[in-house]
Design a protein around this ligand. Structure first.
Ligand code: ADP
Ligand code: MG
Length: 725
């Protein structure tokens, strides 16, 4: 179904308001060219983008209280003028103290590790602060509150007041240089005005069944709520929108993108498969055999496969995927294996490639570092069908890569890829079978929301137990313990990893991912810095290499190859080594600033060692003290070796918004829905889409027209890919 084929009510203001969503943001009143430029930095180009730029939190003026009336131990918002600002340097970090005055008293507001506060605030400014009131050393105090400058000292125009008069709960939007908080609110107001009365794309029975707010109301309320509960109700409505649209994009491809529903039926007992069974260097475990059986059965069917192969690091997923690839070769079609890093792609080529050679299946490796001439050759081989299996990185997504007949897509360590990347590799074949693999455990709700109708195979046990790892958490003062252990391993002829949370020495931002106003400010050790130190001092007698994501793919491959061939003893790196790197001689791992990582990531990281017969030594360094939650989270790794258990725990603790390492790199699939809080909505969206497709597979019912239009607008990229062929 194309957008043009969709019928809308006759042109009405409602129609205009709806279409305005996808108009340029410059159509919004007061969005000048300069402001539009500034908005681009927040990836805001259309009115839809602007309205989707939701507040990160709210200042609740409905709970406004005077300093004298503020009750100890309760959350409240206080507005006062800045009397004095003091920055103290404690032994560990700077503390900024701001003394706030109103007509009734003095409130001491403290900010830890946030020296920029003193640069942003001056005496006489009016601040609103929101948080819990404590009593200490004779003052009422609020520590690390949400805060906002309501007015500059001596400001004539009180922009904050405008917002306040609009709503008692003030939204705090993410900002960028050139657009102040007050201006952002003004622009949101103008955008709302432009789209007032827009058509609600959700079928009305969903609104009534779930008691959702109407779209127009939800957009107003999420930006300018009258209460926090209203804001939450609005957010839930928008989260449901996001989830149901994603479900439809994943599961109604035939109806939405005009795809046929019959895929390939693979031959699964051909000569190559038979040869592979014979060429196996080891006997498959029962779980591996079962997974192979499931996958081949899926592939034999014409219905496209959508299977997720879950298994902890080292459970032997690669060989299972090899069977799938070989089945494609047997069926005179092609397989593409996409992995997130060139290091991993090369590893595939060297390991799986050998097996394919033995079986007689042609293959190629295509990454960003493949030289031009070779690349052209490989591209020719892929389009002529001479190459049956291609391993590669995102380089496979290039439009120069066209397949003669792509019938299987394997995506390894798939959580590194977003929905759209997965879709665009899949689009290179028509209804290709899809096998995704990951070592990161995915709760059911997450699998449903990210993959639609997915079937799951799980491998729980490792084929070779390996010696395992012993994990120790320590503070930076005790790093010599880790260094000593590493030295011992090196002496014994083994190798070691040192992993850092940051790449460069001088990053503009204090933390990767961008420190927020309330974010903690702490100097993270950078890989470059650590490399310098380690190679010139701690381990100056050993061969040390540096591997970061900032290197060119070719350089990365070289360094990785050197480490693999034991031409390097120590590899200092960022998490680029997290995914699937296999060097059995590496037996020690040190992670610096380990609290910066999710448990799932750390568990993946430590899977790099202890793979062979020698037990791995893992050290996690973090400045947090024994009692802190961050430290306790890390200590879970000392106690448990079960990746799935750890992931569940991580999900529960919800470490600083890092959902089991599932933050999509570079691309966010879900921005409103919260996979922890909104599991009921995930299930609801899944259920509703099942029902819709059951009753009306082609989604022809006029009730669904606005909704399908919305899905098409949100997933333009997928559509344009699909529409190409
Ligand atoms: P992962 O699931 O992390 O991708 P791999 O596929 O890299 O795991 O396998 C880990 C290691 O186990 C590899 O060295 C692989 O050759 C080996 N392996 C896989 N299956 C078996 C098996 N059935 N018996 C013995 N070794 C195996
Ligand atoms: Mg793997």
């Amino acid at each position: 179904m194309s957008v043009d084929a969709l019928t809308f009510p006759k042109a009405t203001p409602r129609f205009d308001a709806t279409l305005a969503l996808d108009a340029s943001v410059t159509k919004v009143r007061a969005v000048t060219e300069t402001r539009a430029k500034a908005l681009e930095k927040l990836s805001i180009y259309t009115i839809r983008d602007l309205l989707s730029h939701l507040p990160t939190h709210y200042l609740d003026y409905t709970e406004l209280s005077s300093i004298a009336a503020a009750r100890i131990g309760e959350e409240t918002t206080i507005v006062g003028s800045v009397g004095r600002i003091k920055v103290k340097q404690t032994r560990k970090f700077p503390v900024t103290e701001v003394y706030l005055l109103d007509n009734t008293g003095v409130l001491k507001v403290t900010f830890f590790r946030a020296p920029w506060v003193s640069r942003q605030v001056s005496e006489g400014d009016i601040l609103a602060v929101s948080g819990k009131v404590k009593f200490s050393y004779g003052y009422k105090e609020m520590a690390s509150p949400f805060w906002e400058k309501v007015a500059e000292h001596g400001a004539h125009e009180n922009l904050g007041a405008e917002a306040q008069s609009y709503a008692r709960v003030v939204p705090v939007h993410g900002l960028t240089q050139g657009i102040s908080a007050a201006w952002m609110r003004r622009l949101e107001i103008n955008a709302l005005e432009k789209t007032r009365g827009l058509l609600d794309f959700l079928p009305s029975h969903l609104l009534t069944n779930y008691g959702f707010m109407g779209l127009s109301a939800a957009l107003s309320a999420v930006h300018f709520p009258h209460s926090l509960s209203e804001a939450e109700a609005a957010r839930r409505r928008l989260a449901f929108d996001e989830l149901i649209c994603l479900q439809l994009a994943l599961r109604a491809r035939a109806a939405l993108f005009g795809e046929p529903t019959e895929g390939y039926s693979h031959s699964t007992e051909g000569q190559y498969i038979k040869a592979l069974w014979k060429a196996l260097p080891f006997k498959l475990t029962e779980e591996q055999q079962q997974a192979v059986k499931d996958i081949l059965a899926d592939m034999a069917r014409t219905r496209p496969m959508n299977r997720l192969l879950l298994g902890d690091v080292g459970t032997g997923k690669t060989i299972v995927a090899t069977f799938a690839c070989v089945a494609a070769a047997d069926s005179e079609s092609q397989a593409a294996v996409m992995v997130p890093t060139s290091v991993l792609a090369s590893q595939y080529a060297s390991k799986v490639g050998k097996l394919l050679d033995a079986v007689g299946v042609s293959w190629a490796l295509l990454t960003g570092s493949t030289p031009q001439a070779e690349r052209a050759n490989i591209e020719k081989g892929i389009s002529s069908g001479k190459i049956s299996v291609v391993f590669g990185t995102q380089a496979l997504l290039s439009k120069n890569v066209t397949f003669k007949k792509l019938s299987l897509v394997v995506v390894d360590e798939q959580h590194r890829f977003g929905v759209e990347q997965r879709a665009s590799i899949a689009e290179k074949g028509k209804l290709a079978d899809m096998l995704t693999m990951t070592a990161t455990p995915i709760p059911r709700t997450l699998a449903l929301s990210l993959y639609g109708d997915v079937e799951v195979s799980r491998i729980k046990n490792r084929p070779i137990a390996g010696a395992g790892v012993k994990t120790v958490v320590l503070t930076p003062e005790n790093l010599d313990i880790a260094y000593g252990a590493i030295e011992q391993e090196l002496q014994a002829g083994h190798q070691a990893y040192v992993v850092c949370a940051r790449i460069e020495e001088d990053e503009g931002k204090e933390e990767q991912g961008g420190a927020t106003q309330q974010g903690r400010e702490r100097k993270l050790l950078s890989a470059e810095q650590v490399y310098k130190h380690v190679s010139s001092q701690t381990f100056k007698n050993w061969r040390v290499g540096l591997l970061t994501g900032a290197l060119k793919p070719q350089e990365k491959d070289d360094i990785m190859a050197q480490f693999r061939d034991h031409k390097l003893d120590i590899l200092v790196s960022t998490t680029v080594i997290e995914v699937g790197v296999d060097v059995p001689n590496a037996t020690a791992l040190l992670v610096l600033d380990a609290d910066r990582f999710g448990l799932a990531t750390l568990h993946q990281l430590r899977g790099r060692v202890g793979r062979g017969s020698v037990s791995g030594k893992v050290f996690l360094s973090s400045p947090y003290s024994k009692k802190s939650a961050s430290r306790q989270r890390l200590e879970a790794l000392e106690k448990s070796n079960d990746g799935f258990e750890l992931a569940e725990l991580d999900l529960k603790l919800r470490h600083e918004g890092d959902i089991v390492g599932f933050k999509q790199s570079g691309e966010t699939t879900l921005s409103v829905a919260d996979l922890v809080k909104d599991t009921d909505l995930v299930e609801a969206a899944y259920r509703e889409v099942s029902e819709m497709l059951q009753n009306d597979e082609a989604l022809r019912d006029p009730t669904y027209v606005p909704l399908t239009y919305e899905v098409l607008s949100r997933y333009k990229h997928i559509r344009s890919q699909g529409g190409r062929s």
